[in-house]
Write a new protein. Structure first.
Length: 391
């Protein structure tokens, strides 16, 4: 016979479940920046990147100095000859790109004539140089246009040396400087150049906010030309770079400019392109804990909690164990690939499972107590009842 419904039991069941859900959410927040939590989160993110289809912007084009270019165009010597590098820049500008990012050190270019580039913004790479305990910004070509920008080609590795994040600012001594992708993406969207600013609030190195790079491909991603091929195309009438965001950088081994990422080793110029793309509309990779998606997962947890009371006790745990992980991981996958949002659903899932486990343990303890009381009553009436571990 089914016992009558009790609102008091139902409310106790729901209240206990809510306590477990929010208790584990608080634990999750407390563990958010701990090493084990970070490792689990990074493993999840890396796995999602590995299964992500290629989806790079057609507006971004790479011109790279390859190993063949390094040997044939630059005679295998470093640093690269300014005259030849300027010739490559001239060939790029002849195609009238909207933005050109130069990922080479040009701080010694004092007498190099930069070709006119009306309608094209050049974003020059500038290094942070540490001398005598101070970190300051290195130089750039002296003969540049007023419309040109600069940026620091900064890479932000995690403690496992893999580059998953980027920063908008590179921190020097008393000042912060924009990173290269910030001004690349900004100039492509017709925004003014971001310039250096004084440090505020007593921030120290490393305090600049870090954001996830939305990797949309591997080392083969983005349309590209080698520098040698571009020089051969010069004057033919072909202009594949017109109105593009172009990045000029090195992909030759002697540059030693390749870094580990979730999608494999990438040349620095490719990482910069991936980062610049991340800043373009529709390509951001968001993280969310308390917004719409967090509320969506909470709602599902509440539904499971509210309905679970009416299910047979033997089925509550089974349904939670089966549907919870599927819902959590499937939801994680769907939001990552369709909504470009990375979020952890695990706190709510763990809270529900812990609540169901607690409910089963409480029922088991109640049954043991009732079993002992029944045996005591039988013994009181003179019946022989064998002793068990419950006595």
């Amino acid at each position: 016979m089914t016992p009558p419904f009790s609102w008091s039991k139902y409310f106790r069941y729901v209240a206990t479940g809510l306590c477990f859900i929010y208790a584990f959410k608080i634990v999750d927040l407390a563990l958010e920046n701990t090493p084990i939590s970070k490792r689990l989160e990074r493993a999840n993110l890396d796995a999602l990147f590995q299964g992500k289809p290629l989806d790079v912007s057609k507006d971004i084009f790479l011109v790279t100095v390859t190993d063949d270019d390094y040997r044939q165009e630059f005679a295998g010597t470093s640093p690269l000859q300014p005259a030849k590098l300027n010739e490559i820049i001239s060939a790029i500008l002849a195609d009238h790109p909207k933005v050109l990012g130069v990922d080479f050190d040009t701080s010694d270019w004092t007498d190099v004539e930069i070709p006119p580039h009306d309608g094209t913004t050049i974003v020059w790479a500038r290094e942070l140089i540490s001398t005598d305990g101070k970190t300051e910004l290195g130089g750039m070509p002296t003969k540049t246009a007023k419309s040109d920008c600069y940026g620091v080609p900064s890479y932000v590795p995690d403690d496992d040396s893999i580059i998953r994040e980027y920063s908008e600012w590179a921190v020097g001594s008393g000042r912060v400087y924009p990173t290269l992708p910030v001004n690349l993406a900004g100039a492509f969207q017709n925004q003014p150049c971001v310039v250096e600013q004084p440090l505020k609030g007593g921030k120290q190195t490393g305090d600049s906010p870090r954001m996830l790079i939305n990797y949309a491909g591997d080392a083969r991603s983005f349309n590209r030309l080698s520098a040698g091929a571009l020089l051969k195309l010069k004057g033919t009438g072909a202009n594949p770079l017109k109105d593009k965001l172009v990045l000029l950088g090195g992909s030759y081994r002697a540059a030693r400019d390749a870094y580990p990422t979730p999608v494999g080793y990438l040349d620095g110029v490719v990482i910069l392109a991936q980062t610049a793309q991340t800043r373009l509309p529709g390509h951001e990779l968001r993280t969310e804990r308390w917004g719409l998606l967090g509320g969506w997962m909470q709602l599902q947890s509440y539904v499971l909690l509210l309905v679970g009371f009416f299910l047979p006790k033997g089925w509550r745990m089974a349904i939670t164990l089966v549907t919870g992980p599927i819902d959590a991981f499937l939801g994680n996958w769907i939001w990552f690939y369709t909504g470009s949002t990375f979020i952890s659903f695990m706190p709510y899932l763990v809270g529900l499972i812990a609540h169901q486990t607690y409910d089963h343990i409480k029922d088991y303890r109640t049954l043991r107590k009732e079993n002992r009381e029944m045996k005591d009553r039988l013994r009181a009436h003179g019946l022989a009842v064998p002793k068990t571990d419950d006595d």
